[in-house]
Design a protein around this ligand. Structure first.
Ligand SMILES: CCCCCCCCCCCCCCCCCC(=O)SCCNC(=O)CCNC(=O)[C@H](O)C(C)(C)COP(=O)(O)OP(=O)(O)OC[C@H]1O[C@@H](n2cnc3c(N)ncnc32)[C@H](O)[C@@H]1OP(=O)(O)O
Ligand SMILES: NC(=O)C1=CN([C@@H]2O[C@H](COP(=O)(O)OP(=O)(O)OC[C@H]3O[C@@H](n4cnc5c(N)ncnc54)[C@H](OP(=O)(O)O)[C@@H]3O)[C@@H](O)[C@H]2O)C=CC1
Length: 418
């Protein structure tokens, strides 16, 4: 502690809980109280030049247009911190929806409270706030596509590539505000420099987002994920990768029943029959729960103003602009997403590229099983229909006689030509 207090020049405060469904008590402890404690600690650092707090672009996701300002929270953070000390867990759980109001989860709500704490308790500290949007794999450094956890889109890329996720309630034309992690790091370092050297009079907020500079839509992203998974498939896929966005609740429910639950139940039945432990329905349950907490972010678009980020870009020397590049106007989304999917395969699934031919062969087998299954299903349905309906029998006889006539006609015309 003594060493930290006496030697620290710049604090980059990244630590947080990023789980959307954390209990309010835990999220307040990590994202609000800890911020307050770190500010107190920072105020005792004589050599401190700058304190950079990492928030999220979604801390005010209850608004549609978000400026580079700190918005007040309905209840003072101090009151929330105090109440967490004496309220028991059951009451905290009960009042959580009332407290978080139109925030979608405890994470975004407590990140907003964390910003308020920074604003109120910064004292004489030289502070800035960075708000990244959805952090994705690296764009360039140390190499394209590096990723180390399943947060945000990464987990859903796995679920799509492995064929578990077939449909997602989301708007394909909504903006997918992804930002590569190396861009966030570069911008954060540049903010550290600017805050320490230029000492702005007020706390500056920097939106580390892509939509203002180079927008990409969920539809385009989904398309490129599927295209890459087709070209370089993941190993041992459950089904062929195919997924689509739907905006309709009934279609979503239909897709959940037919494309998610039915195959999982059939597969578990097969596992049981072959004496193995069923696991697919459990996995599907977890996946659909994850999807339900992420859906909020795929159904809406936000606008973030980026004046401070643009100002910072113009303040950097040409050499620093190159070394600490955070200009996402140069980012090619299709190339980035392809590298992202390959990074997921390599660094999260730990799959070797040598296994690609076998993975392709597996997809071909899955395609054949799919055709076989559909044909069998069609024949069974048709057989049942014929047994029960005179009209179906008539249609069937009509089709058979039509086929017979066509074959006879072609046979006759070919023998005439001969
Ligand atoms: C057309 C096709 C298109 C496809 C692609 C489309 C992509 C759309 C993506 C939209 C992303 C939107 C993200 C918005 C981020 C906002 C930015 C931030 O500031 S926020 C910063 C970002 N923060 C986040 O992203 C937090 C997201 N995560 C959470 O909030 C929670 O983990 C939870 C609620 C999902 C589950 O909680 P709980 O039930 O308590 O259980 P646990 O926590 O213990 O986990 C259970 C299992 O789930 C696993 N798993 C975890 N995450 C994902 C995932 N994304 N995915 C898949 N799986 C995931 C986890 O590995 C574990 O597996 P296992 O070890 O048991 O095998
Ligand atoms: N991922 C995203 O899409 C986005 C993230 N952010 C923000 O970026 C920051 C980093 O997030 P991300 O890297 O994604 O999340 P991670 O969960 O990967 O990292 C969180 C970090 O916080 C540390 N931490 C958690 N609890 C404690 C604790 N009690 N004491 C000390 N350290 C702790 C963890 O340490 P350890 O590894 O030891 O557990 C970990 O290094 C967060 O502030 C988050 O809000 C903002 C926008 C988007």
């Amino acid at each position: 502690m003594q060493e930290l207090l006496s030697c620290t020049n710049v604090v980059f405060h990244c630590a947080a809980t990023v789980r959307f469904n954390d209990s309010l008590r835990h999220a307040v402890q990590l994202n609000v109280t800890a911020t307050q404690k770190l500010l107190l600690m920072a105020s005792q650092m004589p050599k401190l030049e700058a304190f950079i707090h990492i928030s999220t672009a979604f801390s005010n996701c209850n608004l549609q247009h978000i400026d580079e300002v700190i918005y007040p929270c309905p209840v003072e953070p101090k009151k929330i911190i105090d109440s967490m000390e004496w309220l028991d867990d059951a009451i905290v759980e009960e009042i959580t929806p009332k407290l978080i109001r139109d925030w979608p989860n405890t994470y975004t709500y407590t990140k907003a409270l964390g910003e308020m704490v920074v604003h109120q308790e910064s004292g004489n500290l030289n502070i800035a706030i960075v708000r990244p949007s959805i952090v994705g794999a690296t764009w360039q450094e140390p190499f394209p596509g590096w990723v180390d956890n399943v947060n945000g889109p990464s987990g859903l890329i796995i679920a799509t590539g492995k064929g578990f996720l077939r449909a997602l309630r989301g708007a394909p034309m909504a903006v997918a505000d992804l930002i590569p992690v190396d861009t966030v790091v570069n911008l954060t370092l540049a903010v550290g420099w600017y805050t320490a050297v230029h000492r702005p009079k007020s706390t500056l907020i920097y939106h580390c987002t892509s939509s203002n500079f180079n927008p990409c839509h969920w539809g385009k992203m989904g398309f490129q994920i599927l295209a890459t998974c087709e070209k370089i498939p993941f190993e041992r896929a459950f089904r062929r990768p195919y997924a689509d966005f739907t905006t309709n609740t009934i279609t979503t429910q239909y897709q959940n029943a037919v494309s998610h639950w039915a195959p999982a139940i059939i597969y578990d039945l097969y596992l049981r029959l072959t004496g193995r432990k069923p696991r697919m329905t459990k996995l599907m349950n977890r996946l659909l729960r994850t999807v339900s907490v992420l859906e909020y972010f795929v159904n809406r678009s936000w606008e973030w103003s980026t004046n401070n980020t643009e100002m910072l870009m113009s303040e950097l020397s040409p050499e620093d602009q190159r070394v600490f590049n955070f200009d996402v106007r140069q980012l090619n989304w299709l190339e980035y997403i392809e590298n992202y999917v390959l990074g997921v395969k390599k660094y999260l699934l730990k799959e070797d590229m040598a296994g690609v031919p076998e993975a392709k062969q597996h997809l071909r087998r899955l395609r054949n099983i799919h055709y076989l299954f559909n044909t069998a299903l069609f024949l069974i349905a048709w057989r049942l229909l014929i047994a029960r309906s005179q009209m179906a029998r008539n249609v069937w006889l009509f089709i058979v006689s039509l086929c017979y006539k066509c074959i006879s006609y072609f046979r006759a015309s070919s023998s005439l030509k001969a």
